[in-house]
Write a new protein. Structure first.
Length: 185
């Protein structure tokens, strides 16, 4: 079983996360969840407003839904900073355990990506939503209780260390290695 980092070890990694690019980042990994507790890493993937991250179980129903029972578009795509997950999980083969779809080398902080900000990734355009993404029991089981305290701390929430949610506004294909550009929504 991998060793979980202590709060001190996690805090030592903050300068690296803070050094993430603010305007032109990179898509480092794509992960879909075909079913509960299943993960599949992809080199490329289609994104669409109707299907979300194609192959991910979001389109089959998720924890947040609209009154008609359909999955809520504001939680279509879960994104996490690749430097944060590298610190928390270590080896890249453990990144998918976080359950996020896109791992990006980009500053996800509230001050850099407020809700409404749009990101161009490959052919797709995403818009940051206001839904909070927090560490939970599963995150603690996979990465340790200090990791949850770290991402849910006031600084962790401001930096969005656990990640952010986005909705897809323009469909298209995204590929690992794609440049991510920020534009105001």
């Amino acid at each position: 079983m991998p060793k979980h980092l202590t709060m001190d070890q996690l805090n030592e990694g903050i300068p690296s996360i803070e050094a993430s690019p603010q305007n032109a980042g990179t898509l480092e990994a794509i992960v879909i969840r075909p079913a509960t507790d299943q993960r599949q890493s992809l080199a490329s993937c289609e994104l669409s407003p109707k299907g979300g991250v194609h192959g991910d179980n979001w389109a089959l129903g998720c924890w947040k839904s609209l009154p008609d029972g359909s999955p809520h578009p504001d939680v279509q795509v879960a994104m996490m900073n690749s430097r944060a997950i590298q610190l928390i999980a270590g080896e890249s083969d453990r990144w998918p355990l976080a359950g996020d779809n896109l791992f990006v080398d980009l500053d996800l902080s509230e001050s850099n990506l407020p809700p409404g900000t749009q990101l161009q990734i490959g052919e797709a355009t995403l818009e940051i939503t206001a839904i909070a993404h927090n560490g939970c029991k599963k995150f603690a089981e996979r990465f340790g209780t200090d990791a949850v305290k770290f991402v849910n701390s006031p600084a962790g929430k401001q930096m969005h260390l656990r990640g952010i949610y986005a909705k897809i506004v323009e469909p298209g294909t995204v590929n690992v290695g794609d440049v991510i550009t920020k534009r105001n929504g």
